[in-house]
Design a protein around this ligand. Structure first.
Ligand code: NDP
Length: 485
């Protein structure tokens, strides 16, 4: 019996599904039950070669189209994604375990936003004219060529689109490798792009582990690498790309601070902390997992947080009433359980949660630790699961100093009713994507990315254009050439 979620084939190359069963089998597991729901095959060297050669063959003609023509196709794909949102959301739920109550609103829809936004921008990408007396210089914004995208497992549709949309808008081709944990959704993105009119070869998806990602990064025909992943992988990929002086975007991990002052609206601060820690079962790179609460409202904050966490609907992710689903894999669940044990062993106070649920699948309770100190392991390392660490602080200055004492710099949030303070504090925090009286909003119009070890480059917004194109300058002499001899 074929699995209902089995894709047509493992890879999508040169405008069509391609299979090569000689690649190692990668079982696809539904995180809510632990059952296998599909199988794909790791890309063999021949598959990698086909993807790269078809992308190279298609790219120049694509770049030669007008931006408006390219954009029209991307916007058509955005419309098709929206029309098919329900089915795509169900697939995202099977791939990741995230509840349908989330995937219906933030995955395919966010991918469609990116395609629509960059499709809209494509027609207005221009250079400039610089007059120099009689002579002049003009600049041309040109494609980089072949871009490789490598994705993490937490937002497979979104990542495939956030990388593909600006790359294609700028006239590049892409070879995308999803995480082996979530191989299904990117194939649908490729299928829809081509159905929308994208010429064959411009967006290829190939499956595999880091073993497939690594040769893509070093291939001399590849001009740019965009990775969403952990810091250790980012270090390796960045270093490998540097060997060929390739362009890179690194969207890496975080351990972001959320600072709650005692003048904040308690209800909003608790809501912000929930969004910053428990959405997607805590598997969000920008999560504000270090929650600094000013001493005056600490106990009230913990009491209200505990009450609201009792309202979490944990269960079948395909039931729209569920708002908290399983971890993506058994492996990730075990990693998070290890951190929970460390939190207890190092003396943090377990306020609630901490257990796996006695049911099939990879479910962990939303977990809150209080009285966490800055040296504890759960205060320093990215957990990537539903574990919130609450710290106390006295003064604004202290909160800023401690918030910045991390090697990461992806995100940060501040809750306060004093807006002057909100802006003053955020200005001093070392992070790329920040929030005041909110958390984890990621509209396509806003730049997204990290500082320090959390990455380089920005996704989304006009800023992404800089990372998927290059500037050529052309000096034009209008008179005679004056040479010394
Ligand atoms: P990993 O770093 O383990 O993997 C990321 C991707 O890189 C996967 O597709 C992986 O393949 C691939 N990969 C691994 N090794 C190599 C290599 N040597 N060369 C090329 N590719 C390689 O991250 P996870 O998938 O576990 O995702 C979780 C991490 O992603 C977290 O740290 C999280 O913070 C970060 N993240 C960052 C985001 C951001 O925008 N800043 C957003 C989402 C997540 P495979 O796993 O299949 O072996």
């Amino acid at each position: 019996m074929p699995y209902p979620t089995q894709p047509t084939a493992s890879h999508f190359i040169n405008g069509q599904y391609v299979e090569d069963t000689s690649g190692a089998e990668i079982p696809v597991i539904y995180p809510a039950t632990g059952e296998q729901i599909a199988v794909v095959h790791e890309a063999t060297p021949s598959i990698v070669e086909q993807a790269i050669t078809s992308a190279k063959a298609a790219q120049k003609a694509w770049a030669a189209l007008s931006g408006t023509e390219r954009g029209r196709i991307l916007r058509r794909a955005a419309d098709m994604i929206r029309e098919r949102n329900h089915d795509l959301s169900v697939l995202e739920t099977y791939d990741t375990g995230k509840p349908l109550s989330e995937t219906l609103y933030v995955d395919a829809t966010s991918g469609a936003d990116a395609l629509e936004y960059f499709g809209g921008l494509a027609g207005s990408l221009t250079g400039e004219h610089i007059q120099l007396g009689e002579d002049w210089v003009y600049t041309r914004r040109e494609a980089l060529g072949l871009c490789v995208g490598i994705g993490a497992w937490n937002y497979p549709t979104q990542i495939a689109c956030w990388k593909g949309a600006p790359a294609l808008a700028c006239g590049n081709a892409m070879v995308f490798k999803p995480s082996e944990t979530t191989p299904l959704c990117a194939l649908k993105v490729a299928e829809i792009l081509h159905e929308a009119g994208l010429p064959a070869g411009l967006y290829n998806v190939i499956q595999g582990t880091g073993k497939v990602g690594a040769p893509l990064v070093t291939d001399p025909r590849v001009d740019k690498v965009s990775l969403t992943g952990s810091v250790p992988t980012g270090r390796k990929v960045y270093a490998a790309a540097a060997e060929g002086i390739k362009h890179v975007t690194m969207e890496l991990g975080g351990k972001s601070p959320l600072i709650i002052f005692d003048d904040a609206s308690l209800e909003d601060a608790v809501g912000g902390a929930i969004l910053a820690n428990f959405y997607s079962s805590g598997q969000v790179c920008s999560n504000g997992t270090r929650v600094f609460v000013q001493k005056g409202i600490k106990e009230a904050f913990l009491t209200r947080l505990h009450e609201r966490l009792q309202e979490a609907q944990i269960g079948d992710p395909l039931d729209e009433a569920t708002n908290f689903g399983p971890m993506v894999s058994e492996n990730q669940m075990k990693i998070v359980q290890g951190y929970i044990e460390k939190g207890k062993a190092e003396g943090a106070r377990l306020v609630c949660g901490g257990n796996a649920l006695p049911r099939d699948g990879f479910y962990l309770e939303p977990t809150v630790f209080a009285d966490v100190t800055d040296e504890m392991t759960i205060a320093r390392e990215e957990i990537f699961g539903p574990v919130m660490a609450v710290f106390d602080f006295d003064t604004e200055e202290e909160a800023i100093t401690r918030a910045n004492e991390t090697e990461f710099g992806l995100s940060a949030g501040v809750f306060t009713s004093d807006l002057t303070r909100g802006h003053r504090v955020i200005a001093q925090i070392e992070a790329g994507s920040c929030f005041i009286n909110s958390y984890n909003d990621a509209p396509v119009e806003a730049p997204f990315g990290g500082s320090k070890l959390s990455g380089v480059g920005r996704e989304n917004s006009k800023a992404a254009i800089e990372h998927y194109s290059q500037m050529k300058s052309v000096y034009v002499r209008m008179g005679a050439v004056d040479a010394p001899f």
